[in-house]
Write a protein that binds this ligand. Structure first.
Ligand SMILES: C[S@@+](CC[C@H](N)C(=O)[O-])C[C@H]1O[C@@H](n2cnc3c(N)ncnc32)[C@H](O)[C@@H]1O
Length: 277
């Protein structure tokens, strides 16, 4: 068999069709079909096929080079796109878990200030940091690599794609901390071992938390992971207003308060929680 024989062309096309993208596969299959004995335009199709292969090889090596330069380029981790704001109702329950004597709190993932604003309202001094500052009063700092400033405690909402790294860093700081994360933060052996070693506690929230990123919403059942001098190895349940259970009951309550009754159950709960704050 020689390069250029139908068999070789068939084989290469077959090989490629197993590995390339859908469009590339379709293109190669199209070219390949043309090579079948008795097919029309054999030489044109063959030339076309070889050009395709060449372009793909060149494209692939460019792609590989780009990936080597920066494997996270354009990735959520690299561009810090993991910006989902914490709703007020999910932050309110932590108030009673801020240890006595705390005055200055570091918020290392300040974002637009959902957590910091509330902490300030409660009278704490907040050091506002973020790797990708989004407000003028934020200091640019990477929580994972920069020194941790002098503070009594750390409170934050990490990018969810870096939950293990943020958990490890918070533990390493030796300070009390609280951070909110989807329930999956309880998974994996590494996170289990860190939680066990540092005697962390979990503050469970009553319903899925609606994190917002512009108009994008994500709902996750979330918990606060806590390092607290008094609460160690505990599962705690947030003190929250007693809400009706069914959609019909929620609507009645909203109507009583003169509020809209449209939306999914989670929207109704969020609206009611806000009204009852
Ligand atoms: C889920 S958002 C939380 C924003 C805000 N704290 C809130 O609760 O609404 C995560 C924030 O962490 C920031 N961030 C990402 N990587 C970081 C890092 N290594 N160090 C500090 N901040 C980081 C992002 O820019 C983003 O603003």
């Amino acid at each position: 068999m020689q390069e250029g024989d139908e068999d070789v062309v068939c084989l290469r096309a077959k090989e490629r069709s197993n590995t390339e993208s859908r469009e590339a596969r379709a293109e190669l299959r199209g070219a390949h079909r043309e090579f079948m004995p008795g097919g029309t335009g054999y030489y044109e199709a063959k030339a076309h096929f070889e050009e395709c292969v060449e372009q793909q090889e060149a494209g692939k090596s460019e792609f590989r080079k780009a990936m080597q330069v920066n494997k996270w380029k354009g990735n959520r981790r690299e561009i810090g796109e993991d910006f989902f704001e914490t709703p007020r109702s999910a932050i309110l329950p932590i108030r009673k878990y801020i240890p006595d004597g705390v005055k200055t709190i570091l918020e290392p993932t300040h974002g637009k200030g959902a957590i910091s604003d509330l902490l300030q309202e409660w009278g704490y001094t907040v050091i506002k940091q973020d790797k990708y500052p989004k407000t003028d009063d934020t200091t640019q700092a990477d929580f994972l690599t920069d020194d941790i400033p002098d503070c009594d405690m750390i409170v934050f909402n990490p990018p969810f794609s870096l939950k293990s790294e943020f958990l490890a860093r918070a533990c390493e700081s030796g300070k009390p901390f609280l951070f909110i994360c989807p329930l999956t933060v309880m998974e994996t052996r590494t996170r289990f071992q860190l939680s066990q070693k540092h005697k962390l506690s979990v503050l469970n929230l009553p319903n899925r938390t609606n994190f917002m990123s512009g108009v994008k919403k994500v709902w996750f059942h979330s918990v606060w992971i806590m390092k607290h001098p008094k609460y160690r190895n505990k599962i705690l349940f947030a003190d929250v207003p007693d809400l009706p259970e069914t959609v019909a009951q929620l609507k009645v309550k909203l109507k009583e308060l003169g509020l809209p009754v449209t939306g999914k159950k989670a929207d109704l709960i969020a609206r009611l929680e806000k009204a009852l704050e």
